[in-house]
Design a protein around this ligand. Structure first.
Ligand code: GLY
Length: 592
């Protein structure tokens, strides 16, 4: 079935199950074709996306990964709610219709522009390591690292969730609407049911074996032992109950009481792979407000989430190094892509050496995005061939820089939400449970994260500590890069993406596309991806990007052509708001 027709039908609650088969699951690919919907606003959003044009609006806009969630946020904004109010509605619906990516059992980072004060700030709702966790959590009795999924599936990988507390803090600080009412859209959908989307069905199908490891999740995602089908009507009364508790008691309903009991019991008794998360971990969890980290690119301030995320620092390093180079030849020019690819490799070298939770590890945060340091690093890009070797630099810092390079494992999941409200506030939030379906453990109708596997599995390299080693209470390094781009003190772009550590490349590339290549936000989120992290240049298969395989190989890059499943959601802010939704996922941008 055409994906756009499906999405439109989703909004109508139309049952589509009968004629759907697993073969028709297409989690990726452009949404094209005829759009049918009774809701003209949603129809317009679907049509805009299908035709490759941004959704235009004057007063407010929301862009996110699922039409149900976007509609819930749009209704809040239309009723005079703020972006913080809309975030609650969007996130609670995403946790229902896109449970593989984010939810109450996960963590999130929010970058917030406050129109009244003109201030930019961030909320860190990252998961924390349990107090009883040790640096060898992901090693066996011989000190060998566990296989990735041996670590992920079960209780061992579960960190203290941060998303419920982040929603509460954002609403307390910047909300106007009645808190409880913001849960109504998700409670209604969870109770009445929603149609399983192609992406959810496809991911359940491909993950069925791991989902079967948890009895609650198996009953939900594999009813009667078979994966959910596209269009099947799915209800989630346990989730409706959790939302009702949070609506009436606040976020503490997740951190104490019956839901907390259920989380701790499930984690500590996970068959074969128990974890150590405790009631104390849940009850002491705190969201941290932190200053935004900004870097300069073409007279813009590109601002985002600092440590424990590597997002803003690494995006900022890439753009800061590119600032001295002319990229106007565009996305299909091999030399432009050489510069972008090697700037990313240099930035990832610094990321691997220095970036972690700065509450635990001294970090040269300012030095890493210092323009003089980046200009110096950028001189390395002056040739015409790929750099033969890339290693971490020496940013300005008043501590001994004595960390070993880490051992990265980064796999994609996650979701991004961009919102501008009618008061001029801007929210850019990236939200995650880490791997698709997180730890595969379902409690209270939501999935528990596996965020602890974002720590380095090894604590040392050749006797030297790794900055991102696991420590009790520490927050694992993230790649999430919720971003607000500022020009002359005013916000001009909100953007972010899922995609594991490729998030950094997707966001940096889209900002270059928008600012340097003059693309509108829909074009910018659709540009064929070329992403380099640790050396291999990944080119997006089935797109113009793949044509650069030969030229980039000839320059000395190791090149791979593969699917690159970003989920960029962006809003450009000027006299008109323009929204873009990544054609590789199911989301839309909607405004008025
Ligand atoms: N788990 C994805 C990230 O935080 O980067």
């Amino acid at each position: 079935m055409n994906k756009s027709i499906f999405l439109a039908a989703m909004m109508l609650g139309a049952p589509l199950a009968a004629q759907q088969t697993a073969d028709s699951v297409q989690p990726e690919g452009a949404a094209t074709g005829v759009v049918q919907s009774l809701d003209p606003v949603v129809q317009g959003a679907l049509q805009a996306k299908a035709s490759g044009t941004p959704f235009a609006a004057k007063d407010w806009m929301v862009a996110a990964a699922n039409p149900h969630a976007v509609k819930a946020g749009a209704d809040v904004l239309a009723a005079g709610g703020t972006a913080a109010d809309a975030l609650v509605a969007v996130q609670t619906v995403l946790g229902l219709v896109e449970p593989q990516s984010s939810g109450l059992g996960g963590g999130a980072f929010l970058v917030w522009y406050d129109a009244a004060s003109g201030a930019l700030t961030t909320l860190d709702g990252r998961e924390t390591a349990p107090l009883a966790a040790t640096p060898t959590l992901f090693q066996d009795e011989n000190g060998e690292t566990l296989g990735f999924f041996d670590a992920v599936v079960g209780g061992r990988s579960v960190g203290t969730p941060g998303t419920p507390a982040l929603l509460q803090m954002a609403h307390d600080k910047w909300g106007k609407a009645d808190w409880a009412g913001l849960f109504d859209p998700a409670i209604t959908l969870a109770t009445d049911g929603f149609a399983v989307s192609p992406r959810l069905a496809g991911l359940v199908q491909s993950d069925a074996e791991r989902l079967a490891s948890d009895a609650t999740g198996a009953a939900y995602f594999l009813p009667a032992g078979a994966p959910l089908q596209i269009g099947a009507t799915l209800t989630n009364t346990a989730y409706a109950d959790s939302l009702t508790a949070m609506a009436t008691q606040g976020a503490s309903a997740i951190y104490t009481g019956e839901i907390a009991d259920a989380i701790v019991t499930a984690v500590q008794n996970a068959p074969g792979n128990p974890g150590v998360l405790s009631h104390v971990d849940l009850s002491i969890y705190q969201v941290k407000e932190r200053p935004a980290v900004c870097a300069t690119f073409r007279a813009h301030d590109v601002c985002g989430m600092g440590p424990p995320s590597s997002g803003a620092l690494t995006v900022g390093q890439i753009l800061g190094m590119l600032d001295g180079y002319d990229l106007s030849a565009g996305p299909n020019n091999a030399n432009v892509r050489r510069l972008m690819g090697d700037a990313a490799r240099l930035a990832f070298a610094d990321r691997g050496r220095y970036m972690a939770d700065s509450d635990y590890v001294p970090m040269p945060t300012a030095g890493l995005v210092d323009p003089a340091y980046l200009a110096d690093r950028a001189k390395l890009l002056g040739g015409d061939m790929a750099l033969a070797e890339v290693s971490a630099g020496s940013p300005e810092f008043d501590h001994a820089l004595n960390f070993a390079d880490d051992y990265p494992i980064d796999l994609p999941s996650t979701s991004h939400v961009s919102i501008v409200d009618s008061y001029g506030n801007v929210a850019s939030m990236t939200t995650t449970i880490e791997n698709a379906f997180g730890s595969r453990m379902m409690v209270g109708g939501f999935m528990l994260n596996n965020e602890l596997t974002d720590f380095s599995f090894r604590s040392h390299r050749d006797g030297v500590p790794v900055a991102n080693r696991l420590e009790p209470g520490k927050r694992p390094r993230s790649s999430m890069a919720p971003t607000i781009v500022m020009k002359d003190g005013a916000p001009v772009l909100a953007i972010g993406s899922p995609g594991g550590s490729r998030i950094i490349g997707y966001v940096a590339e889209a900002i270059v596309a928008h600012i340097d290549w003059g693309m509108d936000v829909q074009q910018a989120v659709s540009v064929p991806h070329m992403v380099n992290r640790f050396g291999t240049y990944d080119l997006e298969e089935g797109t113009d990007a793949a044509a650069l395989e030969g030229p980039l190989s000839a320059m000395g890059f190791e090149v791979g052509v593969r699917g690159l499943n970003s989920g960029l959601h962006a809003i450009s802010i000027g006299d008109t708001l323009l929204g873009g939704a990544d054609p590789r996922r199911e989301g839309i941008a909607l405004g008025n």
